[in-house]
Ligand binder design. Structure first.
Ligand SMILES: *Cc1c(COP(=O)(O)O)cnc(C)c1O
Length: 821
């Protein structure tokens, strides 16, 4: 923002408020809960005080929801996720409580601007990208559709790194979201569980000398303590809990060491415990691989299971009824070790026989697969797994024996048995977490229709043959509260004026907007909202980057994690080709365009970082070339996160969803853009396929190979060099980059990245280039007829209601969890 923090530090007279008013409550909270008066309060203090006042009302509803669930004796959902990319919470919670405007007015009466203090709230980035954001949307939707649910994850001290761009390169800085404390969470010190690592397993015998189970004697122990954040559903009817675990050392051990004079040893232990939850691994769709990651996975899975079992046994006799009262969901394989942990608890602590334990486990767990990329399929070397979790290793072998016996009985061949095995035998023996999650769950779902089909044909084809009813589809969704109501209040108001408020409780009623697409006066209002949102983004870019953009240009946006399969490179190469065309054909009627890029690269992902550098290099040259006459700009906005997404989605004319077909499981950025009235240029990948069906073929621009064609090209020996040589535009663009047009200081800079395309082009950039460039010129044609463009944009907003995460959650509730919604 402008740097101005209201209120002025010293009021001549402290503001007053009539007793009993919200303003008065805020002043009291400032006084008695923050410990300041209005004369000295900073922006953070006002933010804190406002949150505390609304939080009190949330807590009332929270306790009420908890009691309601308890009395009903119904089933609860437990959503285990190593990531929750929640972003800022204030606007979300205030708005869902129906208090946003009331608080705004109360603060205004005290001389404080809500929008200014809102900017001070840290963006909680406890996730990398789509997977973590999905978990956050799901939490909000579960509360909204009245599913009693707990989210379980880790309270990382440092979320995803903050990205700065220095000289065109990504620089990673630590994220310090807890710097000013966290007014949202409740420290539940009394909710603490011991978590063990390492050590040995002792076989037990009874009085008769017969084997009677196994006891794990861990060598290390840490304590998991809970922090709870209330998650408010729409209209505040239900408030659920997001419970995040933090690791602390177990005091007695430390005291012993301390008393024995081993001060350094005691500190080391303490550091080791705290290191567990210090930082989120910044790899998206990529295996993190380090032992610390497995420790994190086990730590939060084990703490969550103890908590779930504890709650269950507080209400019911024993764990036989667990599957009827608890649906535990694994968000990807990160918590898959929970399958082995539940088995261990049932076998070793609760006296179940293997068969009964396995039955309970499978009826309790569900698993969502998020990617087919081989580099993201988690597996752990046997020796790492065994050393850290010796008892779990035994249990994995026992499960595997049972699984493979079943597979053999059903006639699967040796190759199939090898694929299904929980232990990968090619090269180093490894525990396959995807197979463990599959074997231990009654439901395995993909996240779009296409992804689910591919899952059946590829990674899990043999499992699918063994258990033909387990794989199902649940196409992802987004919460319209955050991704329309909050981030685009002007569009929300316009829709309310036009079709009334019904869509605010039933998002599919947005369809009623469809018939206004032909109403010229409505279209003009719709376009005016888009224009204002583009101006807002323009201001952000000008403040952060000192770059002035023309809001009347076509705003073409690609924001998401930087990954080769997402093909930011294809987009950049097209920009270079367009640049060349604009210079060679100045007489043509070019559509002014701004191409925005944003996204973080995993710190160790070499090519992704090169792509960021290239976007910045290309931008610098194009933006400063007078021959372009401002017709094309290329902008890389640093530090893409949820809060920035909230500004970008409403400001987009064109959404870039251009992954190599078959590689993006679903995407959710695609949904956020279209809901806010952007047209999509995209491949038939992930949820784009279903978006096309919903918005209609005329209102989306599709190009490129299909997933089946990509597969064929790969099996039939795709020749990228030939594809490049057959495309003069592409050849020219690649030669320009290779010859150092954008990197005079280091002409060889892109030899690996671009030169590599001629050799392998794993992601089919060359194969799709001409089709993509043609599609972009079709976009230009559509843009020239603004009435027609706006008609299509309205259809996008009107027809995206189905992509609400409320719909997704109702499907999970009915078809996987067996809970009412
Ligand atoms: C929605 C979202 C994502 C996911 O974007 P995709 O385009 O689906 O990869 C990633 N990061 C943030 C901050 C988001 O809001």
């Amino acid at each position: 923002m402008s740097g101005q923090i209201l209120p002025k530090k010293h009021h001549p007279i402290a503001p007053q408020a009539a007793p009993g008013t919200l303003a008065d409550e805020i002043l009291k909270a400032l006084m008695f809960r923050v410990g300041k008066n209005a004369n000295v309060a900073t922006g953070h203090d006002w933010l804190n005080a406002s949150i505390k006042v609304v939080r009190d009302r949330i807590v009332t509803s929270w306790i009420d929801s908890t009691e309601r669930t308890y009395k009903a004796g119904g089933k609860r959902v437990y959503y285990l996720s190593l990531e929750f990319l929640i972003g800022r919470l204030m606007r979300d919670a205030f708005s869902n409580m129906g208090m946003l405007e009331e608080v705004r007015e109360a603060l205004a009466s005290l001389g404080v601007d809500l929008d200014v203090i809102a900017e001070l709230e840290p963006d909680a980035a406890l996730g990398n990208g789509g997977l973590g954001r999905l978990a956050a949307c799901f939490m909000e939707s579960m509360a909204t559709v009245d599913v009693p649910a707990h989210g379980y994850g880790i309270r990382y001290v440092h979320g995803l790194f903050r990205q700065e761009i220095h000289d065109g390169n990504q620089v990673e800085l630590p994220e310090t979201w807890l710097e000013h404390g966290n007014p949202w969470d409740f420290d539940r010190r009394e909710r603490a569980y011991e978590i063990g690592f390492g050590g040995t397993v002792e076989a037990q015998t009874n009085e008769l000398g017969q084997p009677s189970g196994n006891i794990w004697r861990p060598q290390e122990r840490v304590l998991a303590t809970a922090y709870d954040t209330p998650v408010v559903g729409w209209r505040g009817k239900r408030v659920n809990t997001l419970r995040l675990w933090s690791a602390i050392p177990i005091d007695p051990i430390l005291l012993d060491a301390f008393n024995a004079g081993d001060h350094i040893g005691a500190l080391k232990e303490s550091n080791k415990a705290e290191a567990l939850t210090r930082v989120l691994y910044p790899a998206d769709s990529h295996l993190a691989g380090q032992e610390l990651r497995l420790r994190q996975e086990y730590f939060f899975s084990a703490a969550s299971l103890q908590d779930i079992i504890n709650r269950h046994l507080g209400e019911y006799e024993d764990l036989t009824s667990l599957p009827d009262k608890a649906a535990i969901h694994l968000n990807d394989t990160h918590p898959a070790v929970a399958v082995a942990e539940l088995m261990r608890l049932l076998l070793d602590s609760h006296g179940f026989q293997f068969e009964a334990a396995w039955d309970i486990t499978r009826r309790t767990f569900g698993y969502t697969n998020h990617t087919l990329l081989p580099e993201a399929l988690e597996s752990w070397p046997i020796h790492v797994f065994e050393q850290l979790l010796p008892r779990h290793m035994q249990i994995v072998y026992a499960i595997n024996a049972e699984l493979l016996r079943e597979a053999r009985d059903k006639g699967l061949d040796d190759g199939q048995i090898r694929n299904i095995s929980l232990i990968g035998e090619d090269g180093e023996r490894r525990v396959r977490m995807g197979n463990l999650a599959f074997a231990g769950s009654h439901s395995i779902n993909g996240v779009s229709a296409l992804h689910t089909d591919l899952m059946k044909q590829t990674v899990f084809s043999d499992f699918h043959q063994l258990y033909p009813n387990r794989i199902n589809n649940k196409t992802n969704g987004i919460t319209q509260r955050r991704w329309l109501f909050q981030c685009n209040p002007a569009l929300t108001s316009l829709i309310r004026e036009t079709i009334g408020d019904r869509f605010m409780d039933d998002i599919e009623a947005l369809q009623e907007l469809d018939r206004f697409a032909d109403d010229a006066s409505f279209r003009e209002k719709f376009a005016a909202v888009k224009r204002a949102n583009k101006e807002r983004l323009t201001r952000v870019v000008s403040e952060r980057m000192g770059l002035n953009l023309d809001p009347s240009a076509l705003f073409d946006i690609q924001v998401k994690r930087i990954h080769e399969y997402k093909r930011q490179l294809l987009n950049i190469i097209e920009a270079v080709a367009l640049y060349d065309q604009i210079r060679s054909h100045p007489e043509r009627d070019w559509v002014p365009r701004v191409k925005f890029f944003g996204g973080k690269a995993a710190p160790s992902y070499f090519n992704a970082k090169k792509i960021i550098k290239l976007a910045n290099d290309v931008g610098r040259v194009i933006n400063n070339d007078p021959a372009v006459r401002g017709l094309l700009k290329v902008v890389f906005i640093p530090n893409y996160n949820v809060s920035l997404a909230e500004v970008m989605m409403p400001a987009a004319d064109l959404s870039e969803q251009i992954s190599t077909a078959g590689m993006e499981a679903s995407g959710t950025g695609n949904m956020k853009f279209a809901l806010n009235g952007a047209l999509t240029i995209g491949t038939l990948d992930g949820a784009n396929v279903e978006m096309k069906e919903h918005v209609g073929d005329d209102n989306i621009v599709i190009f490129g190979l299909t997933a089946a064609e990509v597969k064929d090209a790969r099996t039939n020996g795709y020749n990228p060099r030939e594809a490049i040589e057959n495309s003069p535009e592409l050849s020219q663009a690649l030669s320009a980059i290779l010859s150092g047009v954008f990197s005079h200081d280091e002409p060889e800079r892109y030899r690996g990245l671009i030169g590599g395309l001629y050799e392998h082009d794993t992601f089919m950039c060359a194969a799709d280039f001409d089709s993509y460039a043609d599609a972009q010129r079709r976009v230009d044609d559509l843009w020239r007829d603004s009435a027609d463009w706006n008609r299509r944009a309205v259809h996008n907003t009107a027809r995206m209601g189905w992509f609400s995460s409320d719909r997704t959650i109702r499907q999970y509730a009915g078809e996987i969890w067996d809970v009412p919604a």
